[in-house]
Structure formats: structure tokens, C-alpha cells
Design a protein around this ligand. Structure first.
Ligand code: XMP
Length: 597
């Protein structure tokens, strides 16, 4: 989820995103007593976060690049597969599991990967594929459920296994398969499956076994069909990358043509083609996604882009300065700065309910953005009228903003469909803030919608954005309002800003800032007794929230060194007037959320 204030508000308008977020929310598990300790946490997280979802994009793009298509059967790891392939500098895209063979042929992929998934091939309603894909002559690699589906469709036998294979195992390579070229006879693997293959389809042979299964890897090299019962894409299969490499380079014969340089060039060409000589407006928040989008658009269309930066009064210390310096001064992007802080703070006066705060901020943002765009139009009208009058005293001029740019990322455009009809549930309303583009009749420009977050960062660096922007931590759209529990007042904002500045500076100077997902302070509506010098104090409480996460969907608190915690705590209580107690939040998500409201 994109976390910059502007982009998040706009972004949540897309139906796909709303659906995706609702579904993710709906399936987040309640407190899981079987949650393992830290070592296995990464695996536990990805397995429990979204148990029954099928995610896929509506349309895949045709492009000149070598391309691998991934048919998504709902695995937690589908996106990981796509990223692994892109790490090999080969473009990959996720498509719906039932994409017809004719459509796949039209997209001209060099290879197909069938992802894993939570279903059993014999389940009623289990996701099925178009069996014609096996006759296209395109190499196919089935993983886990993808393997079982391949065997099932091609005449093999898949059976429920009483002994579930879950977690680490040892793979013994039994046949010289191109898939295992250069890998040796034995490797560590990671599996997660119940069903297994008991009879091979005609033409197939076993390529590797585990203790539990003689058919841990199977293949029909003549038809270029390959399948694995384990997950080569996860880091717990350390040689998995080489297996994928063998498939992608040697079996599919892909070329390594997916690089950031080529992406930027092509993205600029696409932007110019879409936009022509029209004007584009972009809500810049200072977050990495909207910043990279701005830099990319600026490279593509220069002054046709205008960014609007709204100060809602809920920003971190000096945030508006940083954004104006980077974009206005260094990049020379046309930037309209709108200081609407008083408007927001007036509306938040006396409000303590978290959802009400969020709704007020979301609605007001839309109004401010709309007004700012109208002001821009007026400024442009005046300017072009002056120019036209000078050039042609009888003419008039008007240039509208036809396009709205936003930093939608690839994970945001992947459509989520609940295969068990999980009821939708709202956890926080940022996932459902309504309709800027619809209201304002903009056409969207989303130049980074093909990219994963780490790729957006690479693009940002290549475009010359500073590290402080490219690697900054996510910051919620409603800003510090959701980190101040209770009423948001100028005094309480100032306490939180000072505490937050200390957290950030200590995290940076100890080199922890870039190692965690987020690190920030929260101000509680709780006062407690303390002692300073000989004086009794009765002051505020600050909580430190420092978490690690892959995507913000699940998170764990960071085991920071005690010395660092002690330093942050001492500095806050000594330097921030009005605070005499600092606590550390040791809750994971779920059951807590990252932000406190
Ligand atoms: P929660 O609190 O839901 O946060 O666990 C997950 C991630 O989302 C960020 N977040 C937001 N991002 N607008 C955003 O753009 C919002 O309203 C919002 N609320 C939470 C949060 O900082 C974390 O990274």
C-alpha cells in the first residue's frame, strides 16, 4: 500500500485497490497462538496474512521485452515469484489463473509459471486453468498447486496426503534435468503442501525426490513442461534462484533486458505518447512513490507537469521545507505549495474519534486539492491570455489539466478476488477514502504501475532523487493526527514533532533508520507522575513504535538494542517539554496495527 498522504488518498479510489485492501483486511487472522518465534516469523507471516485469495491483474501488457507470465492461483508467494524473475532482469507479470490460452499466446510470453495456491485440485470451485496452455509450445513451470494442476490435467494422479509436508526438507536430484543444471545432487528446500502426485502423466519422468515423495520435481522436456512440489522462490530454498534461472534463461531462452535504464526510457516515451502536449497535475506528498512519479514525469514532459503539495498542518518537522527544496530548488519542478494547515486544524478541533479524524482529513484534502487545481487553471489562463494578447491581440487561451498523475505501484493494481467470499471489513478508513479522479474528471497517468517498491526506489535513484526521499519510511496520509491519540492541538502537535525528530535522528545516526519499516513516536492522552530535579511532574506519555515489515500488511516490533532505546528515551524526556515518560510498543500486527489510530 502506498503510504504517502496525497497518493494514498487518490490511490484508494481505484476499485481494484479498494477491493484488494478490503480483502486483505478481511482475512487478517485474529491473534494466532501458534505464532512462532522470530526465526520462523517471516514464513509464518506470509502464510497467515492472506489465506484464500486469488490476486491477478486484469490485463497484461504486450511489450518487446522477454516476458514470463505467472498464472496466479492464490499463493502467498505469487508476487515473490514475479520479483525473483525481475531480479533476473527478465520482465514478469501476474495474470489471472483462468486467462485463456489464446490470450496468453497473444501476449507472447517466453515462459509460463503456474503459482501455488491454497486449494486442492479436487475441491469444488478449485481454480482451474485453460488446459490448452500446455499445447502452446511455451515452456511451463508448475509450482506446488501449479504442479498438481499440471499433473491432474495431463492424466496423472493427485492424492490427498495424510502427511503434510510443511517447512524445510532435503531434495535429492535423481535425473539430469536442465532445471537442476549446476546445482548438485542434494539441496535444501522449503515446501508447503498437503496433496501430492502419486502417478505421473504420460511422457513425464521424475527429476527429484524428497523423503516424503518420489515426485518432488517432474518434467516432460520434450513438451517443455516442468513442475516442482516445493517453492524455489522463497529464501528458505537457498538454491531456488538458480533453478528459476535455469528455467528462465536456459529453458525459456529469455534475454536480460529488464533494467531500470530501459524502464525509464520506455516509461518516458509512454508518458509522452499518452499526454501529448496536455498538462498534468500531481499530488506530491514527499513519499517515495509520488516523488519518483514526479521525477519521471518531469523527465518526460518537463513543464507540462505541475505538482501540488498540500501542507495539512499534520506533517513532520520541516517536511514542507524538504519537499520544496528537493523538487522546487533542485529539480526545478513546477510546484504549487498550499498551506492549508489552519483549515485542517480548525476542523479537527475537539475531535477525538480516530475514524472521524480520518474522514475529516480525507474530505478536506479533496477540497483543498480541487481548489488548488482551479487556482492553477486561473493562473495559467491569465498567463496564456497575456501571452496570446501579446502575440495575437484578438485571441484568447485556456489550457486545462486533463491528466492526474499518481504513484500507483504494481502490488496496488493486482486484483484480489476472494475465492471463499470473505466478507469485506473496514479496519481503517484510509483504505476507502472516496473519489478524487471521478469527481474531477481527470484521466490517470500511472507511470510506475508496473513496478514493485524496490524497483521504484531504484528508478528514483537513477532519476537523481536524493536518498532521503528514496529510502524514506512510509508516512500516513492523515499524518500526525493518527499518532496523537485524543484531540489534535497545536501544542500536542509540537510535542509530537519534537519527539519524532529525536526518534528519526537517533535512528539515523545509529544506522537503524533504513533497517526498519517505520520508526516513530506516538503521543498518548495519558499523563503520569514523574520527578525532575526535586520537582514532582505530571506530564504526557510518548510511545515509540518501531516495526519491521515487508509490505505493512503484517509487522513485528523491532528488537532494538537497549542502549539505543535508552538514548531515545532519555533525550525525549530531557529535551521535549511536557513529556516525562517514554514507553516501547512491543505489539505485532496483527493483532495491533502499525499506526495507533
Ligand atoms: P496500519 O496502521 O493499518 O498501517 O497497520 C499499515 C501501513 O499503512 C500506513 N498507513 C497509511 N498510509 N494513508 C496512507 O497512505 C493512511 O491513511 C494510512 N494509515 C496507515 C502505515 O503508516 C503503515 O505503513
Amino acid at each position: 500500500m502506498q503510504c504517502s498522504p496525497v497518493a494514498a488518498l487518490i490511490l484508494s479510489n481505484s476499485k481494484a485497490v479498494r477491493k484488494c485492501n478490503r480483502n486483505w483486511n478481511a482475512v487478517l487472522p485474529a491473534r494466532d497462538k501458534s505464532a512462532p518465534n522470530n526465526a520462523n516469523r517471516a514464513i509464518w507471516r506470509t502464510n497467515t496474512a492472506c489465506p484464500k485469495l486469488i490476486r491477478s491483474v486484469k490485463t497484461a501488457a504486450t511489450s518487446a521485452h522477454s516476458k514470463i507470465l505467472i498464472l496466479d492461483f492464490g499463493s502467498q508467494y505469487t508476487q515473490v515469484i514475479a520479483r525473483r524473475i525481475r531480479e533476473l532482469q527478465v520482465y514478469s507479470e501476474i495474470v489471472r489463473f483462468e486467462t485463456p490460452a489464446a490470450e496468453i499466446a497473444r501476449l507472447k510470453p517466453k515462459g509460463l509459471i503456474l503459482s501455488g495456491g491454497p486449494a486442492s485440485v479436487y475441491d469444488k470451485g478449485a481454480p482451474q486453468l485453460d488446459p490448452e496452455i500446455f499445447s502452446l509450445g511455451i515452456p511451463v513451470l508448475g509450482i506446488c498447486y501449479g504442479m498438481q494442476l499440471m499433473a491432474h490435467h495431463l492424466g496423472g494422479q493427485v492424492e490427498f496426503s495424510a502427511r503434510r509436508e510443511y517447512g524445510p526438507g532435503m531434495l535429492h536430484v535423481t535425473n539430469s534435468s536442465q532445471l537442476f543444471d549446476g546445482i548438485g545432487e542434494q539441496i535444501d528446500i522449503w515446501s508447503s503442501h498437503g496433496d501430492k502426485i502419486t502417478a505421473l502423466p504420460a511422457g513425464f519422468r521424475a527429476a527429484a525426490r524428497t523423503e516424503n515423495s518420489p515426485f518432488a520435481a517432474i518434467e516432460d522436456p520434450q513438451r517443455k513442461l516442468y513442475a516442482l512440489q516445493f517453492h524455489p522462490e522463497v529464501s528458505h530454498t537457498p538454491r531456488g534462484k538458480e533453478i528459476l534461472q535455469n528455467f528462465v534463461y536456459h529453458i525459456c531462452r529469455c534475454t536480460m533486458d529488464w533494467t531500470m535504464g530501459s524502464f525509464i526510457e520506455e516509461a518516458c516515451a509512454r508518458i509522452r505518447e499518452q499526454v501529448g502536449d496536455q498538462k498534468v497535475v500531481l499530488g506530491l506528498s514527499g513519499g517515495v512513490d509520488s516523488s519518483v512519479t514526479a521525477a519521471l514525469l518531469h523527465r518526460a514532459i518537463g513543464d507540462q507537469l505541475t505538482c501540488i503539495f498540500v501542507n495539512n498542518g499534520l506533517l513532520r518537522s520541516r517536511e514542507e521545507e524538504i519537499v520544496q527544496r528537493v523538487f522546487g530548488e533542485n529539480f526545478h519542478v513546477r510546484l504549487k505549495y498550499v498551506d492549508a494547515s489552519q483549515r485542517f486544524l480548525a476542523l479537527l478541533k475537539g475531535v477525538t474519534d480516530p475514524e472521524t479524524k480520518r474522514k475529516i482529513i480525507g474530505n478536506e484534502f479533496i477540497k483543498v486539492f480541487q481548489e488548488a487545481t482551479e487556482e492553477l487553471l486561473e493562473e495559467d489562463r491569465r498567463k496564456s491570455a497575456r501571452q496570446l494578447v501579446a502575440a495575437n491581440p484578438s485571441g484568447g487561451g485556456h489550457g486545462g489539466y486533463k491528466f492526474l498523475a499518481q504513484g500507483t505501484l504494481y502490488p496496488d493494481v493486482i486484483e484480489s478476488v476472494s475465492i471463499e467470499g470473505n466478507p469485506a471489513q473496514v479496519i481503517k478508513s484510509h483504505h476507502n477514502v472516496g473519489g478524487l479522479p471521478e469527481k474531477m474528471h481527470f484521466e490517470l497517468v500511472e507511470p510506475v504501475r508496473q513496478l514493485f517498491k524496490d524497483e521504484v526506489r531504484q528508478a528514483g535513484l537513477q532519476l537523481g532523487l536524493p536518498k532521503e526521499i528514496v529510502y524514506r519510511q512510509p508516512f500516513p496520509g492523515p499524518g500526525l493526527a493518527v499518532r496523537i491519540l485524543g484531540e489534535v492541538t497545536p501544542e500536542r502537535l509540537s510535542i509530537l514533532r519534537e519527539a519524532d525528530t529525536i526518534v528519526v535522528s537517533e535512528m539515523e545516526s545509529s544506522d537503524w533508520y533504513y533497517r526498519v519499516w517505520q520508526s516513530f513516536a506516538v503521543l498518548l492522552p495519558v499523563r503520569s507522575v514523574g520527578v525532575m530535579g526535586d520537582q514532582r511532574t505530571y506530564e504526557n506519555t510518548v510511545v515509540l513504535r518501531i516495526v519491521e515489515s515487508q509490505d505493512g500488511m503484517t509487522a513485528d516490533w523491532v528488537r532494538l538494542p537497549y542502549e539505543l532505546l535508552a538514548r531515545i528515551s532519555a533525550r525525549i524526556s530531557n529535551e521535549v517539554k511536557g513529556v516525562n515518560r517514554v514507553c516501547y510498543d512491543v505489539s505485532s500486527k496483527p493483532p495491533s496495527t502499525i499506526e495507533w489510530e
